[in-house]
Design a protein. Structure first.
Length: 452
């Protein structure tokens, strides 16, 4: 198995580099009133071996120059999202200072720096590092009956007729609309869970067994599936495109409709029923994604060879779960995936979203193990592109790295010391997209039709 750890560069190696950075490269909160703070580590990918010195550099500038007077910077170092292991104040005499540390055991560090150089001015920045990341493992092992539980759920799914409902929809405002066929689709899953709802598109007059399939999933919250996205996959990639609603909601409604759902029936959905595996909200979500893959693979035009699953955060989790539940998923793209290492407190770590650093009851910890993406990752041989932020305080790096270590197929793990959950340097996105584009290009190469 080939493991490729792609390096994400942080180019501000000296104070002068702050001048050259374009606005999109600047982390939120790091600039104010002409002041700017930057932090970095001395490894481009933020990965260290046990005992390696870890050198963090903190830099402050005013109008792109070192401050005329010394400034103080308060910093903390957080271990695995749960334990503060250092809190100190630095005095920057010429706009820069270093912090040195090291670790002998696997884990993830976040250095958070804050500077108040003038009245009403506060600038902040963070940088992360991972030690022996390849040795990070799930906080609790896979439940002994994990496979049996999910085999039973898939059997329930098989016993429930799909009963697909197709509604043709038109793609607005594109000159090539006549070249694709688009539908809103609905497919049943076992009760009491909401049905699959989403948009599906295919090239017009697609021949049998001619099209790879690509399904994408939503992050946390509620929104409509995007018709233009799936139509574009049919037109520009010659694929069967699908995007499903995470909650089985109707698609194409006004934005306010989805906001109302989050304040109503979906309020707190991520914690609903999570003290029992049979009532956990994510059971319904996972059954929907499994049915959606089944729907795609039932299409005459599917090439019988390739299914791509993609998403970020909760969507990245769903993409990985889809691969773990159905071996026909061959490629996964997951950005900052959620729902990883949900038993984090058992190892003194923060859990992945939605649980975070909070303590869990024993019932919650045991039930959520059946929905932990770490364990689905261990059940797939799909090629995976995974982007991990080392300062992600929503989907903590220790858990996502533990998940990545469970993947059995070829994997491309992109670690970025400056990436959080909602913001990453453009280089991190570019690295992930370049790798994914390579995989897409391979899918589009002419191939002999598979033998029936």
């Amino acid at each position: 198995m080939t493991i490729r750890r792609t390096l994400v560069a942080w180019t501000a190696v000296v104070l002068a580099a702050l001048v050259a950075r374009a606005a999109p490269d600047v982390a939120p909160g790091s600039e104010q009133a002409g002041w700017r703070i930057a932090v970095r580590c001395d490894r481009e990918n933020g990965l260290y071996a046990a005992g390696d010195p870890i050198v963090f550099t903190v830099q402050v500038a005013r109008d792109d120059k070192p401050p005329e007077q010394p400034v103080t910077v308060d910093y903390t170092i957080l271990l695995n999202g749960k334990q503060e292991i250092e809190r100190k104040t630095l005095t920057l005499e010429s706009g820069a200072a270093t912090v040195r540390t090291q670790r002998s055991e696997p884990g993830c560090l976040i250095l958070a720096a804050a500077c108040r150089p003038a009245d009403s001015v506060t600038i902040k920045a963070e940088v992360g590092a991972a030690v022996e990341s390849e040795k990070l493992a799930p906080s609790l092992p896979m439940p002994d009956d994990f496979d049996a539980f999910w085999a039973a759920q898939k059997q329930r799914l098989a016993e429930t007729p799909m009963d697909v409902q197709w509604t043709r929809v038109e793609v607005p405002d594109v000159p090539w609309a006549a070249e694709v066929e688009c539908f809103e689709v609905r497919a049943d899953v076992p009760k009491p869970w909401a049905a699959v709802t989403g948009y599906f598109a295919r090239p017009k007059d697609a021949k049998a067994r001619s099209c790879p399939a690509w399904i994408s999933f939503h992050g946390a919250g509620a929104r409509s599936a995007t018709l233009a996205t799936v139509a574009g996959r049919a037109k520009h990639y010659g694929m069967l495109g699908m995007e499903i609603n995470a909650h089985g909601l109707p698609n194409g409604r006004p934005e306010q409709f989805y906001k109302d759902q989050l304040e109503g029936d979906l309020k707190g959905y991520a914690f609903r029923g999570n003290d029992l595996r049979d009532t956990c909200y994510f059971l319904g979500m996972y059954l929907r994604l499994a049915r959606a893959v089944e729907f795609l693979c039932a299409q005459d035009a599917w090439d019988g060879r390739t299914v791509i699953a993609s998403g970020s955060s909760q969507g990245g989790a769903q993409a990985l779960v889809a691969a773990g539940l159905d071996s026909r998923v061959t490629i996964v793209s997951a950005g900052v995936p959620a729902l990883c290492d949900l038993a984090g407190p058992a190892a003194g770590r923060a859990s992945g979203w939605p649980l975070g650093p909070r303590d869990l009851s024993d019932a919650q910890m045991q039930a959520m193990r059946y929905f932990d993406v770490c364990h689905f990752a261990a059940r797939t041989r799909a090629t995976a592109v995974v982007r991990i932020g080392l300062v992600d305080r929503t989907c903590w790096a220790a858990g996502t790295l533990a998940m990545a270590n469970q993947l059995k197929g070829p994997k491309h793990i992109i670690t970025s010391p400056l990436s959080g959950h909602a913001w990453s340097p453009p280089t991190a996105y570019a690295q992930a997209q370049a790798l994914f584009n390579e995989l897409l290009a391979r899918c589009r190469q002419p191939q002999q039709p598979p033998t029936p």
